[in-house]
Design a binder for this molecule. Sequence first.
Ligand SMILES: [Zn+2]
Length: 374
Amino acid sequence: MQAAKLLRELVALPSVNPGFVRAGDPTAGEHRVGEYLAARAMQLGLEVDRQEVLPGRHNVLIRLGPARPARQRILLAPHLDTVVAGEGQLVPRLARGRLYGRGACDTKGSLAAMFTALAAVAARRRRPQDTEIVLAGLVDEENLQAGSRALARAAFRADLAIVGEPTRLDVVTAHKGDLWLRLETRGKAAHGALPHLGRNAVYEMGRVLAVIEGEYAAHLRRRRHPVLGSPTVSVGRVSGGTQPNIVPDHCAIEVDRRTLPGETDAGVMRELGSWLRRRGLRVRMSDIKGAPSPPLETDPRLPWVQELMRCVGQRRVVGVHFFCDAAVLAAAGIPSVVFGPGDIAQAHTAEEWISLRELEAATRVLTRFLEGLP
Ligand SMILES: [Zn+2]
């Protein structure tokens, strides 16, 4: 039960994404987890590099390479950060074969399985002769993916990245992208008693909303991907006007648009803009995500993807709905899949847990895969 023991240690080390708490919050930052792993790796004789991503926040890269120059590289890429920890979630608790605590499933379970598998390969007399294995503990996945973006920017190369997220032990090769848009309508202010002298921006937005909820959403439902289904649109926020007796001259909505492989952010904005224009509606549109979050679609027939699927015993192609670091690495040219123990349904919840049986199964799969590398 090595992975389970490590996971308990990791859950007890808070690594809440600093983007979600006040400055100086004692649970903030990935450094405790990163330094703990670095120390454990050095005890095993592994090479450790740190890549500063943001002030005081480092990706930790743990390397196991052959003596001669490696001919290929496999990247294990779990993230180190978690969402905010609720009361008692920093004390790991074991009950009925489950480990409870913040990050147990998202994604310290993957981290523990990957580290344990790497340690098992490092302990063998016969290590891979041509392959370098790099475990990169990445910062900031839960917020803006600054960790994976920094790795991509540094032109890091690999033949396969296995991104650790709870996939219930499925090898996932596709997920949707995510685009956040702000749409604004402009009107003309007037006295509430003389509305005919103004132009009501809220009414105008009402017509925009009707188009998005009706025709546009129906149009998206007709577009289908074999694994991911249809793209979606959802309006998550609306604001406009100042007080009842003023005809509002401004209204804004914020829209979540989940994209399919083949759709681009620019293409989606063009399409929605012309969809509205053709119905006589004028909006100002801007991308407010802050960082592009493209969809993921990796060819499941790639040899190393096939090999990992063989280790799992998986035949079918699997997609998920959540966005993760895999798309960022894939956009930088690294063939990427998502794999890990646990269920995303438990991630981010007040009762986050992981099945220890699944944790051990993930560790076995990863160990088998890494030991089989040339
Ligand atoms: Zn995650």
